[in-house]
Design a protein around this ligand. Structure first.
Ligand code: SF4
Ligand code: SF4
Length: 388
């Protein structure tokens, strides 16, 4: 083992797997909450982790439309599965977020010796909970692309969401290159994966007996320099490159992205919208699992006497029938209009709004749709119909 001190950003080292424990401990002692994949209820969820022992070990995932299962391999490997329904957006844009509370203070107003009325003031108390600093462990390339999409939504030049920004600015990203894409993956079509290019602090490629780790930031570099590692042999480096190339060739699906906005928004009367509406349950699963969907609603919780209230931001969905209810009327009263809104926004209008498509090819909406609706199939069918 050696400890080379002249690493630079872009350097890759070979790290014994047990060293990841020390890396996580270092992150925690630097004030980060380390969150990563854990096995729970036969599924992968993202939760607090402290060591390798907390990570799912020896698991592959198999995903198809409306189907997800884990397969035991017995191998000493920690990142072979494809993530499940949860995404990292819950840590930057929490599903439920307290915004502020308000307390009514009334006092009697006296004039000429008698009560002349009441003076009422509302005292507003902003949410002052400390912003968590997360280190996300095991971020896939499509997931990092999804964070970049949400950056464009929440940190625009004309408006920045303060909650998102505070969480985003404190973020440490320990990325992982995907080696076992599933049947629902199409990140190659979207140009988002399976290999990371930039935007991470550290990036792992898992080999059988070690991690290859690339430094992507000064902070990542300084943490890596404290670990015991070797410089990788040409053989290991070639094997890792080959593994990520093979992964790119194993995409389960593809999506033709040429002129997507035009194909979808230009054909709002296509027959295919009627067909998909007969299958869609408007359950909103696809929007809740999607790492880029960002709609929310604000709710007030007021006490019976009307003296105290608090406001919360909660994830919403364009599939929610009430989502488009305005002034006594619903602009999207049926499932056809709601499904069409979702797809034409994701793959059409989103581009005009944020100069990027709203899909990164993670496949979650296909896996977690209870009736297996597959947006790649829907787009292909609309293309076919409008060409005919
Ligand atoms: S639309 Fe579907 S495939 Fe695309 S990013 Fe969202 S969940 Fe993933
Ligand atoms: S497409 Fe599937 S997941 Fe999305 S609302 Fe319809 S039934 Fe639910």
């Amino acid at each position: 083992m050696m400890n080379e001190k002249n690493l630079t950003i872009g350097s890759t080292v070979a790290l014994p797997k047990a060293e990841l424990d020390h890396l996580l401990a270092d992150l925690r002692s630097n004030g980060y909450q380390t969150v990563g994949p854990r096995l729970q209820d036969e599924c992968i969820v993202y939760k607090e982790i402290e060591s390798l022992q907390d990570l799912p070990r020896g698991l592959l995932s198999e995903q198809k439309p409306a189907s997800y299962r884990l397969i035991q391999t017995g191998q000493d490997r920690y990142f072979d599965f494809i993530p499940a329904g949860q995404s990292w957006k819950q840590f930057l844009f929490p599903p439920r977020q307290h915004l502020f509370s308000a307390q009514k203070n009334s006092s009697e107003v006296h004039a000429e010796g008698h009560t002349a009325g009441r003076n009422t003031k509302w005292q507003i108390k902003a949410d002052d909970a400390p912003t968590p600093r997360y280190a996300l462990v095991g971020v896939r390339a499509c997931e990092l692309a999804a964070i970049a999409v949400q950056d464009r939504v929440f940190m625009r030049s004309d408006f920045t969401d303060p909650i998102y920004r505070a969480r985003r600015e404190g973020l440490f990203i320990l990325a992982v290159n995907c080696l076992h894409p599933n049947a629902t993956c199409f990140c190659v079509s979207m140009g988002t994966g399976p290999r990371h290019k930039a935007g991470f602090d550290l990036c792992l490629t898992e080999m059988d007996d070690l991690f290859l780790v690339e430094a992507g930031s000064e902070l990542g570099l300084s943490l890596l320099a404290r670990r015991t590692y070797e410089l990788p042999s040409a053989f290991v480096q070639t094997a890792a490159n080959r593994a990520t190339e093979l992964a790119a060739g194993k995409m389960g699906r593809s999506l033709d992205t040429s002129d997507l906005p035009g194909v979808l928004t230009g054909h709002l009367d296509a027959e295919r919208w009627n067909q998909v509406a007969k299958r869609c349950l408007s359950c909103a699963n696809c929007t809740q699992v999607c790492p880029t969907c960002f709609c929310w609603e604000a709710f007030d919780k007021t006490d019976v006497l009307g003296n105290k209230t608090s406001r919360e931001r909660v994830w919403d969905s364009c599939f929610n029938p009430n989502f488009s209810y305005v002034f006594g009327g619903n602009t999207r009263p049926n499932i056809r209009s709601r499904y069409r809104q979702w797809l034409t926004h994701k793959l059409g209008a989103w581009k005009g709004q944020f100069d990027v498509l709203g899909c990164v090819g993670c496949g979650r909406c296909i896996t977690w749709c209870p009736v297996g609706i597959d947006l790649t199939e829907e787009v292909a069918a609309i293309r076919q119909e409008v060409k005919a």
